[in-house]
Structure formats: structure tokens, C-alpha cells
Design a protein around this ligand. Structure first.
Ligand SMILES: Cc1ncc(COP(=O)(O)O)c(C=O)c1O
Length: 401
């Protein structure tokens, strides 16, 4: 069965991006790749296994214990760190599966943690200016570190913070955050409690703030091929990992005065040729792109007409006379290879289709791109949200490395 909507996930681009970022870091700096939120929409298990197999990162970062357990159940053995809050009552499960946790609570909260049979590695988080999670004062950091130190079943493995503005030109905020982080580090060092892994940098800081590298950087969006801030791109050229495609399922001529989609918000000023495409907001394509977005058909821009529906959207292809039923539509990423035109995707034998898509995608010579950042801006959002919104209904076709 093939609906005609799919995402190509280029795992070799992913591994290349991680290696490229590693190449600009001082030797010995460890990398955590954030694979939370289904690996930013790319498929958590496939991404985790690719990173593990390539040996390109030291550990993976998740938002919740559930996300981490999913990877352990899939056989991922690389170190995992949950970056979000975990209820102390769940600590035994984490220790049983050798999942490292972020601790952001008080020393009283630690009393709720029952004696663990396997030691649990904890990373203390300091809120230095993100205002989200973490201990806010050095005295609290010391208190909790001491409580952890007193328990043989808990091990303080890391100390970290998260930067709020590393993706914009420095205005003092990042430096102030790092100064607060240094204060916490110095206080712990003075008591002989400094853990072996200090980390602060996200992608933005990993690409330009040497003072935030410490022992490990935590990269998310950069691994997937995007700059954290589209208006302030880093010099490093990264490769896109996700490419989103769908298919034209009908082409019809509308007459001047005819309307398109719910609410009839688009009314044709003149006769126009309209292509229906089988992707909608239930696939994660933003409804906010109604009457604003565009997609690429046969290498040309096709504007979106009317409202995006749950499962479909309509494009103006009046100026693309060669567009036909079964043609691929590029929503973002590399333009669909010409060989996919004219219903070729549907003509493949089902058991051969994924392989054929992967091979023809990799062999395509045209690497022109429909930029996700442009689309994100039109939708009033950022690449992070666009990528993580691509729903499970969209099959991911992986290109292994
Ligand atoms: C704690 C933490 N570290 C690192 C990252 C990775 O950030 P980025 O995707 O900007 O590299 C995130 C992502 O939100 C995060 O929450």
C-alpha cells in the first residue's frame, strides 16, 4: 500500500553532520545528539541506531524516561541521558536500564528515591538564565551534590545548564549564563564534588562559543542539518536529513469565480489548473500555510490555494503545463528526482519501492532545495516545530550510511 506521501531520511547526512561538528571542536570534546521528540521528527530508533553504529557521538539525549526506554527496548546500548524532569519514584526503572537522569529537585526530593540495586548516574541541572528547569542557587547545587555524594547508589556524573540566547548575536546574556555556571562549578570543585562531565552548549554554542564547550556539547538541530536561527546561519555547511514529498492525485481546470477548499477562501480570478496533493495538517503540514505556502512541482514553485485540509491540499499548476497526475510534489528538502515523475512511484513493486526511492534519491544529480526555513517563516514558526510536527502517518524511508 502506498499513499504517495513520505519523508526521505538521509542517515548518512546525519552522521556527516555530527562528524563535521565534531571536527570543529577541540579534540576529546564529547557529543550528545538530542534524539528527543522522535529525533526531531526523523525517527528516534533509526537515528539512534545510525549514531550508535557510526560511533560519532558519546550519548543521546531524550526528553522523558519513556522516550529513553523505547530506545533501550529497541536494543540501543549507547549511553542515554533524559534531559527533562523524571519523577523520583521512577528512578529505579532508569537505573535498571542504565539510563542517566537529569536531577533538578531538592535534597528532600532525593529522600523519595528508594535504595537502588544498580547505581544511577545523575546530571545536576543549573538554571543560569533559561528560567525553565534546574537549581537556581549555588547553595542548592552544593546541598544536592552533597546529598547525592552520601548515597552509594547515586553517582553525580554531570553538571549542566541550557543556554537561552546562544543562537543570536551576543548581548551579554550567554556570557552571564556561563559566569553563573562557572560559579556552580567552582563551588563544587572547592568541596571536591565536581562531576566528570560538564556541559552547556546546544548547536548554536557548539558552533561558535568556545567558552561553552566544556567536556561535552549537546547538539540537536545541527545534526539534522539546520541552523538554530535561520536569520543567523553558521559558517559550517550542514546537510538536510529530512526531505518531505507527496503526490498529485487529481488535476482539474477551475473557471474564474470557482473556489477552492473549506471556507472558499480562494476564488479564482481567471481559469486555473489546480493540483490536489495527498498531504494535510494531519501529516504535520501546517494549516497556517493556507493561501500562503508553496511547494515544488517539476522544479517550479506551485502556490498553495485555499485552506490546507486534514489530508490534502491544493496547488496552482496553471504555469506548469507538464505537471500530471502521479507527479511528486516536494514540500521541503531536495527537489524530487525527475525519475519519480508521471506516477513512477506508484508503478514500483511494493516490496521494491522503498529501495528504489532510496537509490533514485541518492543518485539524483539535482540537489536544488525547497528550503524548510522559508516555509517555516511563512508559517510563523521555526524549523524545529516543522520537523517535530511531521506525524507518524508519514512513512520515513531511510537511506542508511
Ligand atoms: C537541554 C537541551 N540541550 C540541548 C538541546 C539541543 O538544542 P539544539 O537543537 O538547538 O541544538 C535541547 C533542545 O531543545 C535541550 O533542551
Amino acid at each position: 500500500m502506498f499513499r504517495g506521501t513520505f519523508a526521505v531520511i538521509d542517515l548518512s547526512a546525519l552522521v556527516n553532520n555530527v562528524k563535521k561538528i565534531q571536527s570543529v571542536l577541540p579534540q576529546g570534546t564529547k557529543i550528545l545528539v538530542a534524539v528527543k521528540a522522535n529525533a526531531y521528527g526523523h525517527g528516534d530508533i533509526a537515528v539512534a541506531k545510525a549514531i550508535e553504529k557510526s560511533g560519532s557521538a558519546h550519548m543521546l539525549g531524550l526528553a522523558s524516561l519513556e522516550e529513553a526506554l523505547r530506545l533501550r527496548e529497541a536494543g540501543v546500548r549507547i549511553p542515554l541521558l533524559v534531559l527533562g524532569y523524571v519523577d523520583p519514584l521512577s528512578f529505579p526503572v532508569a537505573s535498571q536500564h542504565q539510563i542517566e537522569l537529569t536531577f533538578t529537585g531538592s535534597s528532600e526530593d532525593l529522600l523519595q528515591v528508594s535504595q537502588l540495586s544498580t547505581p544511577l548516574q545523575l546530571h545536576l541541572k543549573v538554571d543560569t538564565g533559561m528560567g525553565r528547569l534546574g537549581l537556581r542557587s549555588v547553595s542548592d547545587v552544593l546541598k544536592v551534590a552533597e546529598s547525592i555524594h552520601q548515597r552509594p547508589d547515586l553517582h553525580l556524573q554531570g553538571l549542566f545548564t541550557h543556554l537561552a540566547k546562544a543562537d543570536s548575536p551576543e548581548d551579554g546574556h550567554t556570557s552571564a549564563q556561563l559566569r553563573r555556571f562557572e560559579e556552580a562549578c567552582s563551588a563544587l570543585a572547592a568541596r571536591g564534588l565536581l562531576p566528570p562531565l560538564l556541559h552547556a552548549a546546544n548547536t548554536a554554542a557548539a558552533l561558535q562559543r568556545q567558552d561553552a564547550f566544556y567536556h561535552m556539547v549537546r547538539i540537536g538541530i545541527g545534526a539534522y542539518g539546520y541552523a538554530p536561527n535561520a536569520d543567523w546561519p553558521p559558517s559550517l555547511s550542514l546537510q538536510r536529513v529530512m526531505h518531505l514529498y507527496s503526490t498529485i492525485t487529481r488535476i482539474a481546470w477551475l473557471k474564474a469565480g470557482d473556489s477552492v477548499s473549506y471556507g472558499a477562501t480562494f476564488v479564482a480570478k481567471q481559469d486555473c489548473r489546480v493540483a490536489t496533493v495527498c498531504i494535510g495538517y494531519a501529516d504535520g503540514y501546517p494549516r497556517s500555510l493556507s493561501n500562503r505556502g508553496f511547494a515544488m512541482v517539476r522544479g517550479r514553485k506551485a502556490p498553495l490555494l485555499g485552506r490546507v485540509c486534514m489530508d490534502q491540499l491544493m496547488l496552482d499548476v496553471t504555469h506548469i503545463p507538464e505537471a500530471e497526475l502521479g507527479d511528486p510534489v516536494t514540500l521541503f528538502g531536495h527537489l524530487a528526482p525527475d525519475i519519480w515523475n508521471g506516477g513512477a512511484l506508484f508503478k514500483q513493486r511494493p516490496e521494491e519501492r522503498e529501495r528504489w526511492i532510496g537509490e533514485t534519491f541518492s543518485a539524483a544529480s539535482n540537489r536544488a532545495e525547497m528550503p524548510l526555513d522559508t516555509l517555516s517563516r511563512l508559517a510563523g514558526t521555526i524549523s524545529y516545530e516543522m520537523l517535530t510536527s511531521i506525524s507518524n502517518r508519514v512513512p520515513r524511508i531511510e537511506i542508511s550510511f
